[in-house]
Design a binder for this molecule. Structure first.
Ligand SMILES: [Zn+2]
Length: 273
């Protein structure tokens, strides 16, 4: 009896909380985007694209000079309470004075948003499927139809080029605005930029579009890598095919829902995580 009462109360509380959350998201466009940042972090961690590091962000609808991104933590564990509002224009710092510690590489997000007012989401990952291309001097090419949003060759950011040639100390990560600007320049208007010895940065006009792009870049990189084991002279998607793909409106919602179902399946199998 006690157990049944507990379950009933828990169900009522859950229903109320869920309803309230849905109402908040419906009323506040930033909350809807933030909910997608949390979900995208979980999806990309579940698919092995985000590891202990890497991050998803979104621009604020209400204040386009602000963005939302998780505090410095593992993406798989991100919740709404971990999302920090960051001022893009003021040296990429948190809006709240007592905000938790932010990711050192937040400058990737701030400088890409600053250079591209149309972009609404940025994802930075250390995708193991992509990293080999940035160290082997092999361009990443579109080789599967769903990655037809990629250019014939995805640009590669060489962080060493952003330092003086005679520098005796330099980092691999993008930890300041100057490096962020160099990365944004290399990205240009492309959907993604590879980062030598590091990973990639993927952008989109929504969190869902950027997430689905990261998922298909992952698949594309694996397919190209596998194809080159069979024959180094692969046949990628060509110019006329890319010309059609670029005009197609890529429906992000279908793969988003599909990968969400993977995530829910994983949660059912491992409820404690
Ligand atoms: Zn990184």
């Amino acid at each position: 009896m006690k157990n049944r009462l507990f379950v009933s109360v828990a169900l009522i509380l859950f229903a109320r909380h869920g309803y309230a959350q849905t109402q908040t998201q419906a009323q506040d466009p930033d909350e809807a985007r933030i909910a997608d940042v949390v979900t995208a972090s979980h999806i990309l961690a579940n698919e092995g694209i985000l590891d202990s590091f890497g991050h998803v962000s979104t621009r604020s609808v209400k204040n386009p000079d602000h963005m939302f991104m998780p505090r410095a933590m593992a993406p798989a564990l991100v919740t709404r309470a971990d999302i920090v509002e960051v001022d893009i224009s003021k040296n990429c710092s948190a809006v709240a004075p007592n905000a938790p510690r932010l990711n050192g590489e937040r400058f990737i997000h701030c400088r890409v948003y600053a250079a591209n007012p149309e972009l609404q989401s940025v994802i930075h990952s250390h995708d193991l499927a992509v990293i080999p291309f940035g160290i082997a001097n092999v361009p990443l090419e579109p080789v599967v139809a769903q990655a037809g949003f990629l250019p014939a060759e995805t640009p590669l950011f060489e962080v060493r080029d952003a330092y003086p040639p005679d520098a005796t100390k330099r980092g691999v990560q993008v930890t300041n605005a100057k490096l962020g600007d160099a990365l944004a320049t290399k990205l240009g208007k492309n959907p993604a930029v590879l980062m030598a010895r590091h990973g990639e940065t993927v952008v989109g006009k929504s969190v869902r579009e950027a997430t689905v792009r990261a998922l298909y870049i992952h698949i594309d990189a694996k397919a190209q890598f596998a194809g080159m084991q069979l024959n180094p002279h692969i046949t990628p998607i060509d110019g006329p095919e890319l010309a059609v793909n670029a005009k197609e409106n890529f429906d992000s919602d279908r793969p988003w829902q599909n990968y969400l179902s993977h995530l829910h399946g994983a949660e059912e199998q491992h409820p404690e995580q």
